[in-house]
Write a protein of this length. Structure first.
Length: 386
């Protein structure tokens, strides 16, 4: 089967949506003819013959290029049966092309792309989702948002992100010690945050209202922050990184906080392995939501439990009390207690991490996730639904 993917979010851009779409495309290419139209990138390490980009940056050049090149690809490749949109942003594009060429249309939605507070965006991109043959939500929470936007219940299904767990496999205790030594973290209890530094992630508030108390209980703790400002985002413009740096100095936490910035996949895997515990202290915001929490799944694949907030799709990523602990948003006393208890109790932490790793392997492997997408595409292409 031929599949055309149109997506603004794609590497080398960084983020959870980018990783999801790339891994989905990589998996689909194993058994299908795949074409990807995505946004301009000034430097691409690997130029694939299945990926097409405009020569200019910006949203308008991307839309015009996607429309024109999508028309060309669909006309030249009648074997393309399904057009997949990477997010709600491209809904008008994929619907128009699907209508012209009588192709089935599927759009992925991730959470924040459903709540962006723009009347024009809501009217064109979100409202038109109801015309798609299928809408794939990354969590039950995101599916509920789609249904609130009057997207037909029968057209919305949930397929979570997957995880490539093999390169993240947990190390034995001696191996973890070796990695910590490499990272200059020997003798430290490592709390790890991974993700773009945007307001909703709550890192600044966690530092101020939880980490200071964790340090008082466990002085050897080190909070490692992997990520940087969302400079490539269409909706995030705050310089959260500078705010965090200033707060670390103000609270005199220079010895307890390490700001790492962006990492390659290989280096990031080493930090997952060096970590003792993942933390994702997301805030509950109306206009910017956490659709799933993919980094918690990646940490789980490395055998690391998580402490996170009950926000958005996080309860799909973390099984509360089994693969980690979920607390209410902004309940910093409970978050502090959960982190301290897990860092102090090695046996419990290892047991919870072991369960998290098995769960990641059994329920979120990419082969399983790809098959779920294939079932939708094949059913649509054969006229059995939609």
């Amino acid at each position: 089967m031929g599949i055309l993917v149109i997506t603004w979010n794609f590497p080398p851009r960084q983020g959870g949506i980018e990783r999801l779409i790339f891994n989905l495309c990589h998996g689909l290419r194993k058994r299908h003819q795949l074409f990807v139209i995505t946004s301009f990138a000034p430097s691409v390490d690997r130029k694939e013959d299945w990926t097409f980009r405009p020569k200019w940056s910006g949203l308008l050049p991307f839309f015009l290029y996607a429309l024109c090149h999508g028309f060309f690809l669909l006309r030249r490749n009648p074997e393309i049966k399904v057009i997949l949109g990477g997010s709600a942003l491209v809904t008008p594009l994929v619907l128009l092309l699907g209508k012209i060429f009588h192709r089935k249309v599927v759009v992925n939605v991730h959470g924040s792309d459903l709540v962006y507070p723009s009347t024009l965006y809501q009217s064109l991109c979100v409202r038109w989702l109801r015309l798609c043959d299928r809408v794939v939500a990354n969590s039950r929470y995101t599916a509920s948002l789609a249904e609130e936007k009057k997207v037909g219940r029968g057209s919305v299904c949930v397929i979570t992100p997957g995880v490539d767990w093999e390169p993240l496999g947990p190390l034995r205790v001696t191996g973890v010690k070796d990695v910590k030594r490499e990272m200059a973290l020997e003798g430290r209890k490592v709390l790890l945050y991974v993700g773009r530094l945007v307001r909703r992630k709550g890192v600044k508030e966690f530092l101020q209202r939880s980490l200071v108390n964790i340090v008082a209980e466990i002085p050897e703790v080190c909070f490692v922050i992997v990520g940087e400002n969302a400079t490539e985002s269409l909706i995030h413009g705050d310089d959260v990184l500078s705010e965090i740096r200033d707060l670390v100095r103000e609270l005199r936490l220079e010895n307890q906080v390490r700001l790492i910035g962006r990492l390659s996949d290989g280096d990031l895997a080493r930090f997952y392995q060096a970590a003792d515990l993942m933390v994702l202290p997301v805030l509950s915001l109306e206009t910017d939501v956490e659709g799933f929490g993919m980094v918690l799944l990646e940490g789980a694949a490395a055998g690391k439990p998580a402490v996170a907030t009950r926000v958005g799709g996080i309860p799909d990523a973390v099984e509360d009390g089994k693969s980690g602990i979920i607390v209410e948003p902004e309940d910093y006393p409970s978050m502090t207690k959960a982190v301290v208890n897990l860092l102090r109790d090695d046996q419990t932490r290892w047991a919870v991490g072991g369960y998290a790793q098995r769960r990641a392997r059994e329920q979120f492997g990419w082969d399983l996730i790809i098959r779920k997408y294939e079932e939708i595409f094949e059913s649509l292409a054969n006229g059995k639904c939609g």
